[in-house]
Write a protein that binds this ligand. Structure first.
Ligand SMILES: *[C@@H]1O[C@H](CO)[C@@H](O)[C@H](O)[C@H]1NC(C)=O
Ligand SMILES: CC(=O)N[C@H]1CO[C@H](CO)[C@@H](O)[C@@H]1O
Length: 539
């Protein structure tokens, strides 16, 4: 039996390799948390199609259990510090995200977010140094002759490794702070008049004041509030490569005329037009949001019975994702008391102490099969912190949302869903029981919310090619063709002043100035001539 299984698996693999024409080698530079959950889906699909995958991770990484056997190969970069340290750091961050950031203004909260990244520079640097300066590791990777690298650019260094190995790469990203990486390394156009800059919490229809705000945010993200220490990384990249590589505005300014720059071949963006506002983009940007979504599977019996007991009223699903642990007791209590007043049954993913005000209609779980619950016909609403993965599951199944955003892309995500009429936002910091209750009643009992969520769901499902297939297609395309050079805009070979046509505008202004000057001079001269001519005649 076992033997037969093995043989059929091998046959299947061969069939697939024949089917896709080609079995490639893929090197992955991932990031943790929700990023990994999304990337993993693509990698598992690649694995199924017979490609060989190697994942580069640091020994401090706490999400990957590289000791256990897995279909992925792990190449571990050994660094100081333990997984527990890393986990502690992330918990501190999550604590700040839940208990501090919501009390701050958008600006201050972004600043705090930035500080965490800047503080992490040292750790990112150690991982990078131990990877690129370990000759035996680099030689091993070089000898394997990878066909493509898949990179999550939220942590620097992936593109440096790709450049050193001479391997084309594909970026997978939701967005960077202020779209810096997409704008400067991908040349994604972001016109501030109608494209809200990431982490500004704005929509595509802006009043004058909002457009002003959008412009200010863009400038701040360019020059003040940056996710990385760009100068540091530019220096690091230059030392490792002997030349500059795209990393930032800073590199953009410093780049000598005519020098080539390596850039991502394809950008896989974790959103789609059900979620995004219509905006300009480039042909090497693929919007593959929701690629992790699947039809719902049957639920565990106990959970199903609980849901069925809700009768006509249905159920509400409540999860703050990775932030489940860190609510204060007071907050948990008034959330519970709001939930207790609903006629619906509530499934709440929560790990803290059981709140005293917990109603009979609410059950607490350590973990929820979120996608299966959102796909259940009795589910009426989803209370979410607004992570992209969760939002996409709700879009996929057409469930209206109550958003309690905290940090990173969450306020933006909820702003998008609000603008599309599929969500109500509740401010985590100032909310009362009554606010949460009224938001829930609105999305459950005002039919427009359900209708809009269903409309987004129909847009999501009505695509010529499924997002996961598109993501895999483009990665395989880059493998087959050693890149996607035909999609690369020539803007990558321009300097910033050529890109903005400042040289041409300057030239035209100079021409106009010369003409105006000449005409004025001529006029003055001829006026004088006529004047003196008349004078002469009179005499
Ligand atoms: C360099 O990489 C090799 C192979 O991955 C590993 O065995 C070795 O420990 C690394 N050396 C250092 C100094 O990290
Ligand atoms: C309620 C709770 O779990 N609080 C924790 C939040 O995070 C900080 C930092 O990791 C912990 O010290 C708290 O115990």
């Amino acid at each position: 039996m076992m033997f037969e299984k093995c043989v059929s698996t091998i046959l299947l693999l061969q069939f697939c390799c024949a089917g896709c024409g080609f079995c490639g080698k893929v090197l992955v530079w991932p990031y943790e948390m929700s990023h990994w959950l999304n990337l993993k889906i693509i990698l598992e699909e690649l694995l199924q199609r017979g490609h060989e995958l190697t994942i580069l991770i640091s020994s401090r990484s706490y999400l990957f259990d590289y000791h256990n056997p897995s279909a992925f190969n792990f190449e571990v970069i050994f660094v100081s510090g333990t997984r527990e340290d890393a986990e502690k750091k992330v918990n501190e961050f999550l604590d700040a995200a839940v208990n501090i950031m919501p009390t701050l203004s958008l600006w201050e909260s972004a600043k705090l977010f930035q500080n965490f990244f800047l503080e992490a520079t040292e750790q990112f640097e150690e991982v990078c140094r131990k990877a690129v300066y370990n000759e035996s590791l680099m030689e091993k990777l070089r000898e394997t002759k990878y066909d493509v690298m898949v990179i999550d650019p939220v942590v620097p260094c992936g593109e440096l490794v790709a450049e050193l190995l001479g391997v084309p790469f594909v970026n997978s990203i939701r967005h960077s702070v202020g779209d810096i990486i997409e704008r400067y390394c991908g040349h994604l156009p972001v016109p501030p008049s109608y494209v809200p800059v990431s982490m500004g919490g704005l929509t595509d229809r802006m009043t004058f004041m909002e457009r002003l705000k959008n412009m200010m945010f863009t400038l701040f993200f360019n020059f003040v509030l940056q996710q990385y220490d760009f100068q540091f990384w530019d220096q690091f990249y230059s030392e490792a490569l002997g030349k500059r590589l795209c990393f930032s505005w800073y590199t953009t300014i410093q780049r000598p005329l005519g020098s080539q720059r390596k850039a991502s071949e394809i950008w896989l963006i974790r959103t789609y037009w059900d979620f995004e506002f219509p905006r300009p983009y480039l042909p090497n940007f693929e919007f593959v949001g929701g690629l992790h979504c699947k039809p719902a599977k049957p639920l565990p019996k106990e959970m199903e019975d609980f849901i069925q007991s809700s009768g006509e009223d249905g159920v509400v699903v409540f999860s703050l994702g990775f932030l489940v642990k860190n609510l204060t007791e007071e907050k948990a209590n008034f959330i519970a008391s709001a939930l207790a007043q609903l006629p619906q049954k509530v499934l709440w993913r929560y790990k803290g102490k059981k709140p005293a005000t917990l109603g009979a209609n609410t059950r607490i779980f350590d973990w929820l099969p979120q996608n299966d619950l959102l796909g259940h016909p009795k589910t009426k609403a989803f209370i979410t912190h607004g992570g992209t993965n969760g939002i996409y599951e709700a879009i996929y199944h057409g469930i209206p949302m109550v958003g309690i955003p905290m940090f990173a892309d969450q306020p933006d995500n909820i702003a998008h869903m609000k603008a599309k009429g599929a969500a109500v936002e509740v401010n985590f910091n100032t909310m009362t029981s009554a606010d949460l209750l009224s938001a829930l009643r609105t999305v459950i009992y005002q039919p427009s919310y359900k209708e809009n969520a269903m409309r987004l769901s129909r847009i999501h499902h009505d695509q010529p090619i499924k997002p996961l297939d598109r993501a895999v297609f483009w990665i395989e395309f880059v493998m087959r063709h050693k890149g996607a050079k035909h999609l690369r805009p020539a803007s990558h070979d321009l300097t910033w002043f050529q890109y903005h046509s400042l040289d041409v505008i300057g030239f035209l202004l100079a021409c106009v100035a010369t003409v105006i000057f000449t005409v004025t001079k001529c006029c003055l001269f001829s006026c004088q001539k006529i004047g003196t001519g008349k004078k002469k005649k009179r005499e």
